[in-house]
Design a protein around this ligand. Structure first.
Ligand code: GLP
Length: 245
């Protein structure tokens, strides 16, 4: 695993954007696995800036997002489809037909997940998967205890995740209780992984994920077994791990 520790959030965002840009430039028809959350916002901003300067071309890029809340319409401010439009898709020359996010309003979420898996397989798999990490070590919405061998599936969100994400909703009661998420198996099948972490509240999860045993109790720990992981994080998030190394 390659680790880049940066001074702060901005430097982390730039480094991650560099890595993703390299992928886009070297393989213009890449399949990018994308993530939401506050962590990658700065990276998307940087990619848009480079696109506007003429340094990046998304014309042939395909994307597949990690997850979506069950029950939120694509235009809902907190839906992950909306997030992606707002932070990336609306600002670059990507073909909307090449962007994939599970449909939060699907009548049958399980069938939607099965269809989503087919989409990923039909595209030939993911070239690089961007990941953030939850404070409990979750990746995508794979919560502690979720089986490692699943592809996209419906998950019940952990109380701590509902709590952590409540800040984005009017009240805690408005946070959806379920999501559709690529499973650990889908993530592990990606050719490369770019894991981004920022802030002191992630330091323990990062430490546990990369110094402890590989266990479903810490979903990100599985990444120890992936052959091509790049971890990019700021000092606050990586400090504890780097001291141990
Ligand atoms: C959510 C998302 C994850 C994300 C995590 C961390 O639970 N499903 O993909 O990594 O939040 O979010 P943040 O980057 O805001 O800390």
């Amino acid at each position: 695993m390659k680790i880049y520790m940066t001074e702060d959030y901005q430097a982390m965002s730039r480094k991650a954007a560099n890595i993703l840009s390299a992928q886009i430039i070297l393989k213009p028809n890449s399949v990018l696995g994308l993530a939401t959350g506050s962590t990658p916002v700065g990276m998307y901003k940087q990619l848009v800036i480079w696109y506007e300067k003429g340094d990046l071309d998304f014309a042939e890029i395909k994307t597949v997002n990690l997850d979506e809340y069950v029950g939120l319409e694509p235009t809902h401010e907190q839906s992950y489809r909306h997030f992606m439009q707002e932070h990336l898709f609306d600002h670059v020359n990507i073909n909307p037909a090449n962007t994939n996010v599970p449909d939060g309003l699907a009548a049958d979420p399980k069938a939607e997940c099965d269809w989503y898996n087919q989409v990923i397989h039909r595209m030939g798999g993911i070239d690089i998967q961007v990941l953030g990490m939850g404070r409990n070590g979750h990746i995508g919405f794979n919560e502690p205890g979720d089986a490692f061998e699943l592809e996209t599936h419906v998950v019940d969100l952990a109380e701590s995740t509902i709590e952590a994400n409540a800040r984005f909703f009017a009240s805690r009661d408005d946070v959806p209780r379920q999501a559709m998420s690529m499973g650990i198996k889908s993530i592990m099948m990606a050719k490369k992984i770019l894991l981004m972490v920022s802030g002191e509240d992630k330091a323990d999860a990062v430490y546990k994920a990369f110094t402890g045993p590989v266990t479903p109790q810490v979903p990100a720990s599985i990444l120890q077994l992936h052959p091509y992981v790049t971890l990019v994080g700021d000092k606050a998030a990586l400090g504890k791990l780097m001291e141990a190394k």
